[in-house]
Design a protein around this ligand. Structure first.
Ligand code: ADE
Length: 230
């Protein structure tokens, strides 16, 4: 079974609508929906926004369900100048851009005690995402494989965006992926994040995010359904 996590209703709604044989178990205040997509067993859950919600959810998902892999679906703010609204980022690795323990000799983003600030995504899931992207992307939109930077901040200024770019050179930024990646690393669960770009994480983000959130969330969900269907 594959576990699918989205932070917001709009990020999981399309998947829940396509699911058959649906049953729901509520654990830790979260509704875990088990069922099938294209004949393949999945469990789909809305975790809420931010790293704590995401880690809480991922932890329950990997310990209470027999998941062979976890996919995080949703939207993100573009950081790399070559990434445009409507494009899709497939995580090669993920980092928490708001972790700072450099005072103790760690590099920026590195959680004390861990060997690297970067959590590698599963190669097999990346390949599945690349294949599914061919059918899921709207005309003229591109997919990219690269780094995703996560933090408990909605990035909406040139200054904040540039700081993340200079530290980690990611494709995009969002608020859950690396937290889920860390839980998956701790539990040896294969993981990938799929994020469609809803805004450019700068001074235009407050307008673009509400405008493009829905259609880009649907793009990401469509790609994820293409990955899991048999
Ligand atoms: N998700 C979508 N856009 C975002 C942004 N600009 N910052 C953080 N998370 C996001």
């Amino acid at each position: 079974m594959i576990g699918i996590i989205g932070a917001m209703e709009v990020e999981v709604q399309g998947i829940l609508e396509q699911m058959t044989d649906k049953t729901t178990r509520t654990i830790g205040g979260l509704d875990f929906h088990e069922g099938k997509i294209g004949g393949a067993p999945v469990v789909v859950v809305k975790c809420g926004i931010g790293k704590v919600n995401a880690a809480h959810c991922a932890s329950i998902l990997v310990t209470s369900f027999d998941v062979a892999g976890v996919i995080n679906t949703g939207v993100a703010g573009g950081i790399n100048p070559h990434v445009n609204i409507g494009d899709v980022a497939i995580s090669n690795d993920l980092v928490q851009h708001d972790v700072e323990a450099t005072e103790f000799g760690y590099v920026t983003g590195q959680v004390p005690g861990l060997a690297s600030p970067y959590f590698a995504a599963c190669k097999e899931l990346i390949e599945k995402a690349k294949t599914a992207a061919k059918d899921a992307l709207p005309e003229g939109k591109k997919w990219h494989v690269g780094r995703i930077a996560t933090g408990d901040q909605f990035i909406a200024s040139r200054r904040a965006k540039d700081a993340i770019w200079e530290s980690h050179v990611p494709l995009c930024t969002e608020m859950e992926g690396a937290a889920i990646a860390q839980v998956c690393m701790l539990t040896a669960t294969p993981f990938v994040a799929i994020r469609a770009i809803s805004d450019k994480a700068d001074g235009t983000a407050h307008e673009d995010f509400p405008t493009f959130m829905e259609e880009t969330a649907v793009t990401s969900a469509k790609l994820v359904m293409g990955m899991v269907g048999e």
